[in-house]
Design a protein around this ligand. Structure first.
Ligand code: NZQ
Ligand code: ZN
Length: 398
C-alpha cells in the first residue's frame, strides 16, 4: 500500500425524518451568530419531495425571520462557474453565516464552492480549481440535505464546476471544503425520475471502479471494501429497477454513494478517474448527463486498458461478477467477460450505450477531436491515455 492521509470531517445523520430531528442542533452549532442562512437548491424538485419544507420548518422553529433566510435557487445540473459566483456575491452581500444545500450533486457542489468563494477575497476558481493552492482561509460552513444519491458530494470536498468560457469542467478534493454536516433521508429520493436513479447509481459504480482499477494491484483493504460495495450496489440497482419504490434498496444505494466517495476506498490507491475526465469534457461541451456519459464510456475504455491491469480485471470478473476461470480459455478472455458483464448491466438497465443514444448528433460529432484534446490525462491509471487514444475511444462510443 502507498502512503496516505485520510480524513472526513462531515457529520452524517441518515434515515427517515433526520432533517427534522438533527438540523436544529446543526444550525445552532454551525450558523455564525447574527448572520443569515442561505438555502441553495435547483429547479424545484425539493419543493415536491418535502425536503425544502422540512428545512424551512426547522429554521422557523429556531426563530429565523423570513428576511434572514436567503434563497438561492435555479442551480442547474452541471453547475457553471458563473452560477457559483452569483451565489457567492449574494452570500457576501447578505452577510450569510451558514449555507444549506438541498438537492443532488450539482446543488451540493455549487453550494460548497460558494462556501469557498464567499470567504475568499481572490478568485477561488483560479487559485483552487486551476492552481490547486492550499486552502488557508475560513471557508463558510456549508451543510447538505441530500435528495439524490450519486456523487457522494455530501462527504467529500470536491465541487465540480464548468467554466463556460474556457469549456473546462473540473474539480479538486479539499478536506477544508467538506460539508460540516450531511442529512440523508432516503424518502426524499423516491421522487427522482427513474432516468436519474439509473444515472446516479451508475455514477456510484463508476466511482468505485475508477478507484479499484488503479495501483496497487496487490491485495489491499481498500479494494476488498470496493468489491463488497460493487456486489451490493449491483444487487440494489437490480432491486430498484424491479421496484423503484423499494426503500431498502434505495437506502442502500444512498449510503453506498457516500461510502464510495468518503475517501475510504481511495486510501493507498493511485486512482484512475480517466473515464470521469473524458465524461467531464463531453459534458463541458454538450451538457450531457454525467452518469449516462459514464455508462457509455466505461466498457469501451476498459477494453482499451484491461491488458495493462489484467490481474485486477480478472479479479473483477471472478469476485464481482461470479465468473469462473475454468469456463474461459485464458485470463484475457475472462477479463473481457467481466467487462461484457458490466456492459450487460448497462443494457439491462436500459441506459444509453453509445454517444448517439446519449443524444449526440452531427454537430457534436464534429466537436469530438476538440473535446478529446481538452481532456485531462490521469496520472493514476494503469496506462496513461493520449489525446489520440481518447478520440479513438469517443469514436468507438459513437
Ligand atoms: O434541479 P432539481 O429540481 O433539484 O432536479 C434535479 C436535477 O434535475 C433532480 N433531482 C434531484 N433530486 C431529486 C430530483 N428530482 C426529483 N426528486 C428528487 N429527489 O435530478 C436532476 C439531476 O441532479 P444533479 O444534482 O445534477 O445530479 P447529480 O447528483 O448526478 O450531480 C451531477 C453533478 O455532480 C458532478 C457531475 O459532474 C455533475 O456536475 N460530480 C460531482 C462529484 C463530487 N462532488 O464529488 C463527483 C462526480 O463524479 C461528479 O463529477
Ligand atoms: Zn461521477
Amino acid at each position: 500500500m502507498d502512503r496516505f492521509s485520510w480524513e472526513c470531517r462531515t457529520r452524517v445523520r441518515f434515515g427517515k425524518g433526520c432533517v427534522r430531528e438533527w438540523l436544529p442542533d446543526f444550525v445552532r452549532e454551525y450558523a455564525i451568530p447574527g448572520r443569515k442562512v442561505m438555502i441553495g437548491y435547483g429547479g424545484g424538485s425539493v419543493k415536491r419531495n418535502g425536503s425544502f419544507d422540512d428545512v424551512m420548518a426547522v429554521l422557523q422553529e429556531l426563530g429565523y425571520p423570513a428576511e434572514d433566510i436567503i434563497e438561492f435557487s435555479g442551480i442547474m445540473s452541471n453547475p457553471t462557474l458563473s452560477k457559483m459566483r452569483e451565489g457567492a456575491a449574494l452570500a457576501r452581500q447578505n452577510d450569510v453565516g451558514l449555507i444549506i444545500a438541498i438537492g443532488g450533486g450539482s446543488v451540493m457542489d455549487c453550494c460548497k464552492a460558494i462556501s469557498v468563494q464567499a470567504g475568499y477575497d481572490g478568485d477561488a476558481w483560479e487559485d483552487f480549481w486551476i492552481k490547486g493552492k492550499p486552502m488557508l482561509h475560513d471557508v463558510l460552513p456549508c451543510g447538505v440535505v441530500v435528495t439524490m444519491p450519486a456523487t457522494g458530494s455530501e462527504v467529500n470536498g470536491c465541487a465540480v464546476l464548468t467554466n463556460e468560457e474556457t469549456k473546462i469542467k473540473t474539480d479538486r478534493d479539499y478536506a477544508e471544503a467538506n460539508p460540516v454536516f450531511a442529512l440523508m433521508d432516503p424518502e426524499y429520493t423516491l421522487t427522482m425520475p427513474i432516468r436519474q436513479m439509473k444515472a446516479g447509481t451508475f455514477d456510484i459504480l463508476s466511482h468505485i471502479m475508477e478507484t479499484y482499477f488503479s495501483f496497487p494491484v496487490e491485495d489491499n483493504p481498500a479494494d476488498d471494501v470496493s468489491e463488497g460495495l460493487m456486489i451490493g450496489l449491483i444487487r440494489d440497482f437490480r432491486a430498484a429497477l424491479r421496484d423503484p419504490q423499494d426503500i431498502q434498496a434505495r437506502s442502500n444505494i444512498m449510503w453506498t454513494a457516500s461510502l464510495a466517495e468518503n475517501r475510504i476506498i481511495k486510501t493507498g490507491k493511485t486512482k484512475d478517474f480517466e473515464a470521469h475526465n473524458m465524461e467531464h469534457q463531453l459534458s463541458a461541451y454538450t451538457n450531457c448527463n454525467h452518469g449516462e456519459g459514464l455508462a457509455v464510456l466505461h466498457p469501451v475504455y476498459y477494453r482499451h486498458i484491461y491488458k495493462d491491469g489484467l490481474g485486477k480485471f480478472v479479479r473483477f470478473a471472478e469476485n464481482v461478477w461470479g465468473l469462473k476461470r475454468s469456463d474461459f480459455g485464458s485470463d484475457e478472455e475472462l477479463a473481457l467477460a467481466g467487462i461484457d458483464a458490466l456492459a450487460g448491466l448497462i443494457k439491462e438497465a436500459g441506459m444509453p450505450a453509445s454517444l448517439r443514444e446519449l443524444g449526440f448528433g452531427a454537430k457534436e460529432k464534429e466537436l469530438l477531436p476538440e473535446i478529446a484534446a481538452s481532456c485531462f490525462i490521469s496520472g493514476g491509471a494503469f496506462r496513461p491515455m493520449t489525446h489520440e487514444e481518447i478520440l479513438e475511444i469517443y469514436n468507438e462510443c459513437w
